[in-house]
Design a protein. Structure first.
Length: 206
């Protein structure tokens, strides 16, 4: 663990510390890591995934392969969300000279990894033991932890989003039968609401 009282001994170390301090001081004025439209599109992708999952459950199609199809479906949802975020946010930012993965961006990425990786590993565990019906609260809680970690380097709105996911995950643990519905409300609704709010903020600051 880095000692906060550590005195840098090299010029490069001192420059890195100053850069980190400057980026943290700029945090209140930063926008989120994705645009408002990106958040809305991610929410729509999640709602589409929930709808397809509902149809799969309703018609009980291909029961022997349903768990595999379920995991592939949501892997596709995550891929689509990341892809559209790249084309709507990261790629345009790079074209105007903004660094796609700055020092602060790397810290945010590292901060999110424990929560996201835990969610992936727990998903595989639940699939291996045939308990995928509990996967929705796991996703919400792990994603909420990841978002709260990112919020340490971002705006307060991001922290509220993370806390909303944690609350939704806790409710889903109490009412597991409503997991798919609450998954749609959280990954779909929360992202769309956050995206709309972020877009409005971007428009006011333009």
């Amino acid at each position: 663990m880095t000692n906060p009282l550590h005195v840098p001994h090299t010029k490069s170390e001192a420059e890195e510390n100053l850069r980190a301090i400057r980026e943290l001081m700029e945090r209140p004025t930063r926008h989120s890591t994705f645009s408002g439209l990106s958040g809305v599109m991610a929410g729509c992708a999640s709602l589409a995934g929930c709808f397809i999952t509902f149809l799969m459950q309703k018609h009980n199609s291909l029961p022997h392969n349903r768990d595999i199809l379920f995991l592939l479906l949501w892997a596709a949802v995550v891929f689509i969300a990341l892809l559209q975020d790249f084309f709507l946010t990261k790629r345009p930012a790079a074209k105007v000279g903004k660094v796609m993965l700055s020092s602060l961006g790397r810290r945010m990425f590292i901060g999110a990894m424990p929560g996201l990786c835990s969610g992936a590993l727990l998903t595989l565990f639940l699939w291996r033991h045939q308990h995928l019906n509990w996967v929705y609260p796991v996703w919400m809680l792990c994603y909420g932890c990841a978002v709260c970690s990112v919020a340490l380097f971002s705006q307060s709105d991001v922290l509220r989003l993370g806390c909303a996911f944690l609350a939704a995950g806790a409710v889903t643990l109490i009412f597991p039968a409503q997991g798919l519905l609450l998954n749609a409300v959280s990954f779909g609704g929360f992202h769309i609401l956050y995206g709309v709010m972020l877009a409005a903020k971007e428009r006011r600051s333009a």
